[in-house]
Design a protein around this ligand. Structure first.
Ligand SMILES: Cc1cc2nc3c(=O)[nH]c(=O)nc-3n(C[C@H](O)[C@H](O)[C@H](O)COP(=O)(O)OP(=O)(O)OC[C@H]3O[C@@H](n4cnc5c(N)ncnc54)[C@H](O)[C@@H]3O)c2cc1C
Ligand code: FES
Length: 261
């Protein structure tokens, strides 16, 4: 707990990378130094408390990229008041940040082959993971969204340094349907651990497919969070043992078989 940074970080960049999806780069050496893929930060999206209090609560965002130069990237989708304010933030402004928080992905070592499954902005935590796997693990990213416009661009996806299979709900690009359909086929032909982030129904299906293929799956879960550090119990999910578990402290990454879907 003592290593968790709380303070103001300088905004280095904040730009739209897909429709309604932004990339925020922060100078955060104290976070980047110790952060692991799958962990998250809480960000105060509004003005400093001296200038106003809305929205009062910080918002949780996965670490999209953990830079060796002390920067961290967040990939976020505008969905409400906090993320809308965040999208208006300019370079050289300061934002209050707390982190790194939670438990991240724990890929087995060695890991010859892995599948990453991302639904929409669920892509966020998987880049940091893909970067740690690059070079040692044959990785395929299954990345889906509603439509072509909602996907980050092909050149951006080169950062993952792996094979990418695109899926869209409307069939505007790639496979016409959810990422779990091609994932099911690949898992049957060549089973390997799965790491996933996205909407809950997608994660539930990933859990089912992984169990059927006899492989492990680790899923990054979402929940509304007030404190981000285990105190408010606002973020619990139903698990097998114990019955309720905090996403912010024991997660956000869980073994898929531990969740009560
Ligand atoms: C551990 C963790 C990591 C996350 N990482 C990312 C990330 O990398 N990128 C990203 O874009 N988002 C991420 N989220 C979700 C993000 O925190 C919410 O989208 C954000 O808090 C919304 O704030 P807001 O003020 O814009 O929306 P609000 O005004 O608070 O809410 C607007 C709408 O969004 C819904 N909403 C709010 N929070 C969530 C949530 N956590 N999950 C689902 N729906 C929600 C509300 O129910 C409401 O309908 C993460 C959440 C968690 C718990
Ligand atoms: S957000 Fe407060 S306990 Fe998890």
């Amino acid at each position: 707990m003592s290593d968790i940074f709380l303070g103001e970080c300088l905004v280095m960049e904040n730009r739209e990378v897909a429709a309604g999806t932004f990339l925020l780069r922060l100078e955060a050496p104290a976070v980047a130094r110790i952060a692991r893929p799958g962990q998250f930060v809480m960000v105060r999206t509004g003005p400093s408390p001296a200038k106003g209090t809305s929205p009062l609560l910080k918002r949780p965002f996965s670490l999209h990229r953990i830079g060796s130069g002390g920067e961290i990237d967040l990939l976020y989708r505008v969905v409400g008041e906090g993320t809308s304010l965040l999208s208006q933030v300019r370079s050289l402004q300061g934002l209050e940040v707390m982190g790194p928080l939670g438990r991240g992905f724990e890929p087995p070592d060695p890991l010859p082959r892995a599948y990453l499954a991302a639904g929409g902005v669920g892509l966020a935590p998987l880049l940091a993971l893909a970067e740690t796997l690059a070079g040692s693990t044959e990785t395929i990213l299954f990345y889906g969204a509603r439509s072509d416009d909602d996907l980050v661009s092909a050149p951006y996806l080169e950062l993952f340094q792996c094979r990418v299979l695109l899926c869209t709900d409307d069939g505007s690009v790639g496979f016409h349907g959810p990422v779990t359909e091609p994932l099911a086929e690949v898992l049957e032909a060549s089973p390997a651990p799965v790491f996933a982030c996205g909407p809950r129904p997608m994660l539930a299906r990933v859990a089912e497919l992984a169990a059927g293929a006899g492989v492990a799956a680790q899923v990054s879960m979402e929940a509304n969070m007030a404190c981000g550090m285990g105190a408010c119990l606002g973020c619990v999910v139903q698990t097998n043992e114990p019955a309720y578990t905090r996403v912010c402290l024991e997660g956000p990454v869980f073994r898929a078989e531990d969740i009560q879907w």
